[in-house]
Write a protein that binds this ligand. Structure first.
Ligand code: G1P
Length: 299
């Protein structure tokens, strides 16, 4: 019987330099996909997988994330006075349970491994999930929920995998694959941001993890690796010497919202799925681009 995963760590300390000037005063995680901040979609994915407590690893200038996951009495009073019941209900549905979120700060940008290590006191001695909020993973059930099934069968550590092309392996953590069953594939090796000729496969770690708490002790002594940063993958390589890692091939759509093209594509994809605005949005696209151009664009 494996320990149920109740906590998820979301590292949100990054500066978002790729989105300047938008991110000068607004955290990149608060940029909107349609009408909700990116971070809200990731929190929803965690909640749908049974997560009860979200640990945000933040940094300076990220206070609006904290405000977003709190009540806003003035706004709620105004909505009430104006009879805006639907808006009120939507806000209430997204409010975390009291005590269901924690915030800690990564004081310096020392890498993803260091960011996760900053959550060690709040997570304690239990297995936990990590969700990288740049990556929006759209599927039903969600990516973390898909991974829970592999965790129930194999225990240990679980990571979501996707396939890329050899030209892009240097951007990711890349894995070597072993035996596979219906729940997932055994990970037999990992390397962070390898050169094309050194990559063991084209499967990359896509930003969702279930990890055992022993990772914290390891990260404490993990030296800077690729890019001069303390890498989570380097910690996982050491943990894999004594614990199993299972990979789950994610089936669904992934949007890298840390990059402009991925962020814009996510806005289009999510807008086209929204019953309340899809028709109007399609009409706007036709007007702007022309029907022939849309066909050409999508061909
Ligand atoms: C991080 C991880 C990497 C993973 C990637 C997914 O890299 O270190 O293993 O493949 O996220 O987006 P980063 O994007 O922070 O460079």
């Amino acid at each position: 019987m494996v320990n149920r995963i109740k906590k998820a760590v979301l590292p949100v300390a990054g500066l978002g330099t790729r989105f300047l000037p938008a991110t000068k005063a607004v955290p990149k995680e608060m940029l909107t996909i349609v009408d909700r901040p990116v971070i809200q979609y990731v929190v929803d994915e965690a909640k749908a997988a049974g997560i009860e407590h979200i640990v945000f690893v933040t940094g300076r200038g990220k206070a609006t994330i904290e405000d977003h996951f709190d009540i806003q009495p003035e706004l709620e009073e105004t909505l009430k006075a104006r009879g805006k019941e639907a808006e009120l209900a939507a806000l209430a549905a997204e409010l975390p349970a009291a005590g269901g979120v924690s915030f800690t700060r990564q004081q310096a940008p020392l890498g993803l491994g260091h960011a996760i290590w900053c959550a060690r006191e709040i997570v304690g001695k239990e297995p936990f999930a990590v969700l990288l909020p740049d990556m929006l993973m759209r599927s039903e059930p969600g990516c973390l929920a898909q991974m829970m099934a592999a965790y129930d069968k194999h225990g240990g550590n679980v990571i979501a995998l996707e396939e890329t092309v050899p030209e892009k392996v240097h951007k990711y953590g890349i894995v070597a694959l072993g035996a596979e069953d219906e729940a997932g594939v055994e990970i037999t090796g990992m390397v962070e941001k390898p050169k094309r000729e050194e990559a063991p496969s084209t499967f990359y770690i896509s930003g969702r993890y279930i990890l055992q708490p022993e990772i914290f002790q390891i990260l404490e002594t993990t030296q800077p690796g690729a890019g001069g940063e303390i890498q989570l993958t380097d910690g996982m390589i050491r943990l894999a010497e004594r614990q199993r890692f299972t990979g789950v091939r994610f089936t669904g759509a992934t949007f890298d919202c840390g990059a402009k093209a991925g962020f814009l594509a996510a806005n289009v994809a999510y807008a086209l799925e929204r019953a309340d605005i899809a028709a109007e949005f399609k009409a706007e696209l036709k007007k702007t681009l022309g029907e022939a151009a849309i066909k050409q664009l999508l061909s």
